[in-house]
Design a binder for this molecule. Sequence first.
Ligand code: THF
Length: 323
Amino acid sequence: MKQYLDLVRTILETGSWQENRTGIRTISMPGAMMRFDLQEGFPAVTTKKLAFKSAIGEMVGFLRASRSAADFRALGCKVWDANANENAQWLANPYREGTDDLGDVYGVQWRKWPGYKVVEASQQARVADATQRGYRIVTQFEEDGVQKVLLYKAIDQLRQCLDTIMSNPSDRRILFHGWNPALLDQIALPACHLLYQFLPNAARREISLCLYIRSNDVGLGTPFNLVEGAALLSLVGRLTGYAPRWFTYFIGDAHIYENQLEMLQRQLEREPYESPRLVIADRVPDYAETGVYAPEWLEQVEPGDFSLVGYRHHEPLTAPMAV
Ligand code: THF
């Protein structure tokens, strides 16, 4: 994981001090990229002890469209508690549904993106087409003297990605988005990692992922998001019969919080170890072996189905999260 340390070094050398919503300053750098060949190993940070179980618990929560910090805790991940219960702006938000609620965060958009259509009632073919695609008629209304139909469907973007990998792997539109502008006002924290694009290579039976992160806390967030992206790509590959290959990680605002500088300086003094391997439990069906497409495992998978083999790491280090 030399690339992680290189990123930290580049931010320290070329970044500049910035103020932000949390009140804790950062050294920030606009635009960064890392690219990992997952055949060479899993992108686990080795210069501190990675909270692997916690990161995987968070990913499993996203897969289940969780919107409560309690659900994440039950999956072994405590990192959402502060955002749910300590951010004054969110506490005062009328959409917050009580203790631990996070609003329509990540997984809700991944699995249940609210899709609406307004179609003229006289356009029978359009209404029929939308209904056939799973939209439900919510109501009929009149606008400027014209009868209109409002239709709704919760779009499972991630499931659609898997379906397309199976049916049309050369498609260059296999992506899901976490940034829903209509819902930014009813969420504890607008999505940081927000665009995931899968790129299957049918001839080589390999699949790659490009991930775009608008804003990344390089001390705490990046190690987690690397685990989650690589584990998600591996899971999607397992369920569709592709070996995980390139994981490319783009960052918009790459930053280091002032109160994490010491943790990162210590890591720069350490020599990274060889990358571990990710193992997904045998019970999660491998499409390449079974020939049975079982996308319901996106919801059925448990944190314990993921483990690292050969993970050698330096002494634990940690630092506070900025809220
Ligand atoms: N807010 C901030 N300021 N940074 C983030 O990275 C971040 N996230 C999520 C939401 N808000 C954020 C939460 N992700 C840790 C790890 C990931 C987080 C938040 C916190 C953390 O404290 N990690 C510690 C301990 C982990 C543990 O033991 O469970 C660590 O040492 O790794 C970006 O997605």
